[in-house]
Design a protein around this ligand. Structure first.
Ligand code: ING
Ligand code: ZN
Length: 303
């Protein structure tokens, strides 16, 4: 089209539109954005990361991802909204952002073409009729523990080993190769309206959990302010607040990468529509996600 991209936030978009938007931004604002593919999915789709930075020295780095679970459509929609905001306000940025809006592109496309409620990636298991690994059980910290399954037919199948999947392995490789000074790792999911910090593998908490709890509460307050009566998010440790789940990305970011502010943010709603959140809620929900990013950015600056 005339604008050079098809992105907007009144409807949910296919992968092609999201990737097209990222490429458009990199071409149009080369001083602020660049796009790289950090690897390919099982079916060969690129895992595109956009870096947004105005080049200020000593800026902390934040990682943001979305769409690790295919059916959680609000997550890529909110993450692209965050990208749009950061690029439009790039003069004011005091951090560098690395953003992967669709971490599970095969699953995401599958929810448009075949099964709206698909969660996992699209890896075919040897010796089983079932397809798909839960990418948020496939990271390499306490892999295969509580809240996971070895059965490829389950929604919480952890895969054949830690980082067995190209999607999670690409994220690991990206961090291993990156020289950026990551202070936060934010992964957006739905639904439930929770701000969750490690650990997920069991009900224990990290040594600095008081800092995670405090910043989490600041995030919840900012979300309340940005939204309204329905913008109530609960803060807590994943395993206690929601359920135990091992091999999640936030536990890995915290334990192995030593990134201080690791959060899983469960966006809207609280269950009325669940994963099938109507598109009229994209903008209000994305504003909540953006408020979270802004609060965490502030916290990173004072580290
Ligand atoms: N929820 C997360 C899941 O992967 C979670 C919740 C995240 C639990 C991190 C523990 C650790 O199951 C959704 N909605 O995917
Ligand atoms: Zn999820």
């Amino acid at each position: 089209g005339r604008k050079g991209h098809r992105m907007e936030w009144s409807s949910y978009h296919r992968l092609e539109d999201i990737h097209g938007y990222m490429d458009y931004l990199a071409e149009t604002f080369p001083d602020v954005c660049s796009v790289v593919s950090i690897g390919n999915s099982v079916e060969g789709r690129p895992l595109k990361v956009i870096r947004i930075s105005n080049g200020k020295a000593n800026a902390p780095a934040l990682w943001i991802d979305g769409g690790i679970h295919a059916r959680e459509w609000i997550s890529p929609a909110a993450v692209t909204y965050i990208i749009n905001h950061l690029v439009e306000n790039s003069e004011d940025l005091e951090a560098d952002y690395y953003i992967l809006p669709v971490a599970n592109p095969d699953g995401y496309e599958y929810t448009f073409t075949r099964d709206r409620l698909w969660r996992k990636n699209r890896k075919r298991s040897v010796g089983s009729p079932c397809t798909g690994v839960d990418l948020n059980r496939n990271f390499g910290y306490r892999w295969g523990g509580l809240g996971t399954s070895k059965d490829p037919c389950r929604e919480i199948y952890a895969g054949s080993g830690p980082f067995s999947e190209p999607e999670t392995n690409a994220i690991r490789y990206f961090f291993e190769a990156s020289a950026a000074n990551f202070k936060a790792y934010l992964t957006f999911h739905s639904y439930g309206q929770y701000i969750l910090y490690p650990w997920g593998y069991d009900k224990r908490v990290p040594p600095d959990y008081a800092d995670l709890e405090m910043v989490g509460k600041q995030v919840a307050a900012a979300i309340k302010k940005a939204g309204g009566a329905n913008s109530v998010y609960t803060v807590g440790n994943s395993a206690t607040t929601l359920y135990a789940a091992s091999g999640g990305s936030d536990d890995w970011a915290k334990a192995i990468l030593k990134i201080k502010y690791a959060y899983t943010i469960e966006l809207r709603d609280t269950g009325k529509y669940g994963f099938v959140l109507p598109a009229r809620y994209i903008t209000p929900t994305a504003k909540e996600a953006l408020a979270a990013v802004m609060v965490v950015t502030e916290a990173c600056k004072s580290l």
